[in-house]
Design a protein around this ligand. Structure first.
Ligand code: URA
Ligand code: SF4
Length: 203
């Protein structure tokens, strides 16, 4: 994340972190305003010596309630795609660019709201610390927010997906974007494209 400008989460991030230490410290983060309406911080799951790190955008409704990343519909689709790509999900480290759920209340429903660049920057020190600990062979950014957080610049997913970029970065679509196509033309090809991209990261 080269474009972090402000302090954001930095004062809350332990200076010589382990993943367990980061996870323990994250609930105290006040690096941006998103902690207040959220249920809890959603940190990560998976082994800290993983060779593949997958970075999503932010937790969704299910993740906010359960405290675990990728446990809702997008997570289920991601599991299917990883399996189809020959990647063992349990061997992958899964995290998000932003650790608190950003939403808008509409009646009883909490609607996902895309995090801004300010949120991505504020939360960047957590992701930077995770990547410094795990030191994976490849970092897969799921969607434009994750790609921006990881690469520190704006990224056109369609233009930059489908190849390993310098530094071991791979950009692909967010599984939520594929979930939204379910039952419509284009679902199969969007799913296959995600599987193909993930296959580039396979061991
Ligand atoms: N979408 C994400 O980007 N991350 C999650 O953890 C769940 C849905
Ligand atoms: Fe801290 Fe990130 Fe949560 Fe903002 S979203 S409060 S920076 S953990």
């Amino acid at each position: 994340m080269q474009d972090s400008a402000d302090q954001g989460a930095a004062p809350w991030v332990p200076p010589t972190p382990t993943i367990a230490g980061l996870r323990a410290a994250a609930p105290a983060c006040r690096g941006c305003e998103l902690w207040a309406p959220a249920t809890q911080v959603v940190f990560s799951r998976g082994p800290s010596d993983a060779s593949i790190v997958l970075v999503g955008e932010q937790p969704g409704d299910h993740e906010d309630l359960e405290g675990e990343p990728f446990v809702g519909p997008a997570g289920r689709l991601l599991s299917d795609a990883l399996r189809a790509a020959g990647i063992d999900e349990d061997a992958v480290y899964l995290t998000n660019a932003v650790k608190h759920f950003r939403f808008e209340e509409r009646g009883k429903r909490r609607m996902h709201k895309t995090p801004t660049v300010t949120h991505l920057r504020a939360c960047g020190p957590w992701l930077d610390a995770e990547l410094a600990v795990v030191r994976p062979r490849v970092v897969v950014a799921l969607g434009a927010s994750a790609a921006r957080a990881v690469l520190g610049r704006s990224v056109g997913v369609t233009r930059e997906r489908g190849r390993i970029l310098d530094g071991g970065y791979l950009v692909t679509t967010h599984p939520s974007a594929v979930v939204r196509l379910r039952g419509r033309d284009g679902f199969e090809s969007a799913f296959d494209a995600l599987v193909n991209d993930l296959g580039l990261a396979a061991p």
